[in-house]
Design a protein around this ligand. Structure first.
Ligand code: ADP
Length: 282
């Protein structure tokens, strides 16, 4: 059982945070490298905050929701949050600094040079452990993709970007939003209903991204065409050098048309552990 970060530790002040270079751009804001000063100690951190022009009530609510959810997580394959600074504008979310970058960038940058072992253990298994942990906490991530994972210098993958995540067993999207169709399961396309099984489908697409060194799923196919492929049971095509065990696992156990045809993350984790011989470190 993980207890949330205590309130006093959780509420940070702007004066505790020193920002330095920008690490990346998010949907509404920026992520900077920074230092967190607490109890005479200085910790290297990543700080996420909204660009002033993008700040709306809805967006602040979303950032707060993301931070509150992340507060309950404590796992090596899930990005940790240290706290949130609300005493001034902009609101800042202070997170674990992952020295590396997003997984999709890493894949493309090192294309052709990443071993099958690294893909199967560090990337696929690590992400499976992280997602298993989140599912165990009754969280549906809703946006599993290589661009939403970070990959650190020690080759540890960390699931990140909980902007769309929800607690519960089912989440029905009521407001129609633009969805990343290339990662989405058939049932979400039809009835906008997200479950842990729809995360499993997206996890399969992420495995495909790993296998193809960060290729763009369905390349430049149009949305309507992708929709038709997915709804009629068609799936992404694998490149010849994709790890055969991974192709088999994803095709058989992540990409079933119906949710009941897919394995759960814990079942996938067990299968991966049998394939690689690498167990989740405790
Ligand atoms: P948003 O949710 O607003 O889209 P992201 O969480 O995707 O923002 O972050 C944008 C970028 O910032 C990422 O692609 C990554 O390069 C960088 N980044 C985000 N979080 C961290 C972190 N904890 N450590 C290091 N870099 C990070």
């Amino acid at each position: 059982l993980v207890t949330p970060i205590a309130r006093k530790k959780w509420e940070l002040r702007h004066s505790d945070i020193e920002l330095s270079k920008r690490l990346g751009y998010g949907q509404f804001g920026e992520v900077h490298k920074g230092k967190l000063k607490r109890y005479n100690r200085v910790l290297g951190v990543a700080v996420k905050f909204a660009r002033v022009s993008a700040t709306s009530k809805e967006h602040i609510k979303e950032m707060m929701r993301e931070a509150r959810l992340m507060r309950n997580f404590n796992h090596p394959n899930v990005v940790k949050i240290y706290g949130i600074a609300l005493d001034n504008d902009p609101i800042m979310i202070v997170m674990e600094l992952v020295r590396g970058g997003s997984l999709d960038e890493y894949l493309r940058k090192h294309a052709g040079r990443i071993t099958e072992v690294e893909k199967m253990t560090s990337m696929v298994s690590g992400a499976a452990w992280g997602l298993t942990y989140l599912h165990d906490k009754r969280v549906i991530h809703r946006d599993v993709a290589a661009r939403n994972c970070l990959y650190d210098k020690n080759k540890v993958v960390k699931i990140s970007d909980f902007g769309l995540s929800r607690e519960g067993d089912v989440y029905k999207m009521l407001v129609t939003r633009r969805v990343p169709i290339k990662w989405i399961s058939p049932e979400v396309l039809i009835n906008f209903t997200y479950t842990r099984a729809s995360d499993v489908f997206s996890f399969g697409v992420m495995c495909w991204e790993i296998a193809t060194d960060g290729a763009d799923p369905f390349q430049d196919k149009k949305t309507a065409e992708i929709r038709e492929i997915l709804l009629s049971g068609g799936r992404l095509e694998w490149t010849p050098n994709s790890p055969p065990d991974l192709v088999d696992l994803v095709t058989k156990h992540c990409w079933g048309q119906r949710t009941e045809e897919r394995l759960t993350m814990i079942e996938l984790t067990r299968k991966l552990e049998n394939l690689t011989g690498v167990k989740q470190p405790v």
